[in-house]
Design a protein around this ligand. Structure first.
Ligand code: ATP
Ligand code: MG
Length: 257
């Protein structure tokens, strides 16, 4: 069953200068898929997530959900969006009842955040706040989980533990996941499908199924091959800078050679 169907999604901004960011996104995501959306800074990844999450309605085109209703959706955006005057546990209680405190504490512990329950967001590092936001999203028990670069500002070991945790959660609960990341390795480690948002054209230029079973090994050579294939298709994917979109490429989704 197609969980989500996007047809002809266009989004432009007029301020400070007119700019067409998404110029015709056609995409169907099946229920239970783990989709990674990659592309350098400025290509419109967050813009697309906001439309899917229902936070931006100033777009053209159609967003259709299976069964005609938006599923229970949770989102973690690039900024953690915690309420600064509430403790970590009280932030989590915004989405779950007090009788789920034990579950909240367990998820915090799994995220390496045991002992932070009474801390205020401002007392935590950016990476910790982002993990609290991730725990809050999981407490929603989402059918559709939107993750906008949830693994930033973490040391490599912890980052990998978080990836494994997200992967384990997906295997257990099978939400549909849409993960935005700059990190091709992260995409290839987790996703069942990788989408590349093209430079300049504002469309999806690569739609690559990742046919590897879960859980995956970080050192699986097939992950390396996927990364090389993607980088060959779009070298900007290996750069971390802002993409001004001038490097336009003709674009329909193409299989990798
Ligand atoms: N509210 C807005 N008003 C004006 N321009 C905007 C607005 N939101 C996004 N843009 C522009 O749209 C383009 C895409 O932005 P978006 O945040 O979607 O990129 P992104 O791919 O998520 O980048 P990053 O990887 O840095 O998060 C950028 O040029 C950005 O400046
Ligand atoms: Mg973004």
């Amino acid at each position: 069953m197609t969980g989500l169907k996007l047809q002809g999604i266009r989004r432009s901004f007029s301020d400070p200068a007119p700019k067409l960011v998404l110029s015709g996104i056609d995409l169907a995501i099946e229920t239970g898929e783990f989709v990674a959306l990659v592309g350098p800074s400025g290509r419109g990844k967050t813009t697309l997530l906001r439309i899917i999450a229902g936070l931006d309605e100033a777009y053209e085109g159609t967003v259709t959900w299976a069964g005609g209703r938006r599923p229970r959706l949770a989102a973690v955006f690039q900024e953690p969006r915690l309420v600064p005057w509430l403790s970590v546990l009280d932030n989590l209680r915004l989405v779950s009842d007090r009788d789920r405190d034990a579950e909240a504490r367990a998820l915090l512990a799994e995220a390496g955040l045991a002992g932070t329950e009474t801390a205020f967001p401002g007392q935590l590092s950016g990476g910790m706040q982002r993990r609290v936001a991730l725990v809050r999203a999981l407490l929603v028990d989402p059918e559709f989980l939107v993750l906008d670069e949830p693994i930033l500002s973490l040391d490599p070991d912890l980052a990998q533990r978080m990836r494994e945790w997200i992967g384990a959660y997906w295997r257990l609960r099978r939400p549909t996941v849409l993960l935005v990341t700059h990190d091709l390795r992260e995409a290839a480690f987790l996703a069942t499908r990788i989408l590349v948002l093209g430079a300049g054209e504002g469309t999806i230029v690569v739609d690559l199924p990742v046919d590897l079973s879960h859980p995956r090994r970080q050192d699986d050579p097939r992950i390396e091959a996927i990364i090389e294939g993607l980088a060959h298709r779009d070298p900007m994917l290996l750069a971390d800078g802002h993409d001004d979109g001038r490097d336009g490429r003709a674009g329909r989704p193409q299989p990798l050679e």
